[in-house]
Write a protein of this length. Structure first.
Length: 190
């Protein structure tokens, strides 16, 4: 069993903001897989589907970004899902808008949602699918930036990254995370 969780904030006011890239990718996977039955349990929206020969839980924590580990940790514990079978999809300020990267482990890097997950899962060794949202411009604060919606040419890059990330999650589920990293992570020198 795999747990695929997208990070974000619940509520209409946060829909399609940079900080909700994780929710948007989960919605894309649910659309592709014809998932339309969700339940609210353990502080999250959860859908269950069988794909690529195994059960997959799609998860959107309802705890708000900074407490994502409360929901994901509880679900992982309840279903006894090991950290290496937990895939987290989130925004990343340190990647340019629209760039993506898969990592098998690592520190929080200043991301409060990841910090909460590390605390909730008691490990840094879970897979991250990171989507770049870039640093704030035009005098905006980090909070204004991540809670804002993309605009201008950024819209097209982030929309492409949402689909590309969904593709990379599917590849990791179908094959291995290493194969997905080799195929979908940007190559040096390009």
């Amino acid at each position: 069993m795999k747990l695929v969780a997208g990070l974000g904030n619940p509520g209409k006011e946060y829909e399609h903001t940079r900080h909700n890239m994780g929710f948007d990718v989960i919605d894309e996977l649910a659309r592709r897989w014809s998932v339309n039955v969700w339940k609210t349990d353990m502080k999250a929206e959860i859908a269950s589907v069988v794909r690529f020969g195994e059960k997959i839980l799609l998860v959107k924590p309802l705890t708000y970004m900074n407490l994502s580990g409360d929901a994901v940790g509880a679900i992982a514990n309840y279903y006894k899902i090991p950290a290496e079978d937990i895939y987290i999809i989130c925004d990343d300020l340190d990647l340019p808008a629209g760039k993506t990267r898969i990592r098998k482990k690592g520190s929080a890097g200043g991301h409060n949602g990841i910090k909460s997950l590390i605390a909730g899962l008691h490990t840094e060794e879970f897979v991250r699918f990171r989507i770049g949202v870039g640093h704030p411009k035009d005098g905006h604060t980090v909070i204004e930036h991540v809670l804002g919606r993309p605009y201008g040419e950024e819209i097209e890059r982030i929309e492409a990254a949402r689909k590309y990330t969904a593709d990379s999650v599917e590849r990791a589920l179908e094959t291995t995370v290493d194969k997905a990293m080799n195929e979908f992570n940007p190559k040096r020198g390009r």
